[in-house]
Design a protein around this ligand. Structure first.
Ligand code: ZN
Length: 376
């Protein structure tokens, strides 16, 4: 009876487990519990009620979950997990709190997507991966599952991957333009410089690199053509580089964009969202720019490209603070190193990921030849 009371106390904060009589209060709590769970409401703790009470004490993460045969694990933790998987679009059926074959299969799918061994068991690594994804709800699942699966199957290294780098604007379309004494800073020239640096670094790490344009294109190149080029090249990644502008000098900071319709239950590319997050965090950590965060957008370049694609707005050319940074080649090199580190982290399996700012990208070739680095 003490055990029943302690379970009831956990379910209902107003319940006093130390009361030594099996009183009206206990009876009421049991009835409420039975009603909530769809059990026969009689205030009696029969086997069915006891099993339900026992199951209710498990919180997700408090024990390892796996598909046990013939007696499956039952509990609130299983139900919580099923609800999370359902939210993310996995086919777990009804969230019944029973860890049976369908739940194990969904966990396996999820594990594959995040780069874990798909054993269908829910242990600390899988819990960690679920937490990392946050509570973002993901719709349109099959498409993004395929994208994630293709990404995973391409293997945990940069060697031989194709990346398309897109320097924003160009030619007659200069993008943001800021006069500075006798000088004139333009977004299109700075993004081309950044793209060239990134090209050198990623090619040096063994990737196949293409730019969407040269330094002086004769005509404006629409984003849909840039996306098409990346599709035609069967690129593994598309990284678009822009610099922002605003009507007043106060706005500054870096932001990164990935495909998504921006609603809480909307469609998003999970792989691109992860890349955007890594790019954003590495740049903020390594350069100290203001963090203007990552955002989901349906822009042509992000929507029409068939690989994980991100667009970085590396500061505001209209901000004196950011402009001082951007015109400094050392800063541009630092920003590019941040993006290289983010791309490298994309290809580590989740369990091998490393803290932001910790990858020495000059050591990249060594880490490639020596296998994956050990988690710090
Ligand atoms: Zn731009």
């Amino acid at each position: 009876m003490a055990e029943i009371r302690s379970v009831l106390a956990r379910l209902d904060a107003s319940f006093d487990p130390d009361s030594d009589v099996f009183d009206d209060h206990t009876d009421t709590a049991i009835r409420a519990f039975q009603q909530q769970r769809g059990l026969t409401v009689d205030g009696e703790v029969d086997e069915e009620t006891w099993l339900a009470l026992d199951a209710s004490r498990w919180r997700l993460g408090s024990r390892a979950l796996f598909h046990a045969i013939p007696h499956p694990l039952i509990g609130e933790d299983v139900r919580t997990l099923q609800e999370r998987l359902l939210e993310m679009g996995y086919d777990v059926g009804r969230p019944d709190g029973v860890y049976a074959a369908r739940t194990a299969r969904s966990v396996g799918q999820f594990q594959r997507e995040v780069g874990l061994a798909p054993d269908g068991s829910f242990g600390p690594q899988t819990m960690h991966a679920l937490r990392r994804l946050g509570r973002k709800v993901v719709g349109g699942r099959p498409q993004w599952l395929r994208e994630a699966e293709a990404f995973r199957q391409s293997g945990p290294h940069l060697l031989g991957k194709t990346v398309v780098i897109d320097p924003g604007h160009g030619g007659p379309d200069a993008g943001i333009v800021v006069p500075d004494g006798p000088l004139r800073w333009t977004e299109s020239e700075l993004t081309f410089d950044l793209a060239s640096r990134l090209e050198g670094r990623l090619a040096g790490a063994g990737m196949r690199v293409h730019l969407t344009r040269g330094p002086h294109p004769s005509a404006r190149i629409p984003d849909r053509d840039r996306a098409q080029l990346a599709n035609d090249l069967h690129a593994d990644l598309l990284i678009s580089l822009h610099i922002d502008g605003y009507k007043t000098p106060e706005a500054d900071g870096v932001s990164t964009y990935h495909y998504g319709d921006g609603t809480s239950d909307g469609v998003t590319s999970t792989v691109a969202e992860r890349l955007a997050g890594l790019v954003q965090r590495e740049i903020v950590a390594r350069t100290g720019m203001r963090n203007c965060h990552t955002h989901a957008k349906t822009w042509d370049l992000l929507r029409l490209s068939r690989m994980p694609a991100v667009r970085v707005e590396l500061g505001y050319l209209t901000s004196p603070l950011d402009r001082d940074r951007l015109v400094n080649p050392l800063f541009r090199e630092q920003a590019i190193e941040s993006i290289v580190a983010a791309v490298q982290r994309m290809y580590y399996p989740v369990e091998n990921d490393v803290p932001t700012g910790s990858i020495d990208v000059r050591q990249l070739r060594m880490s490639l030849s020596g296998g994956l680095p050990v988690k710090a």
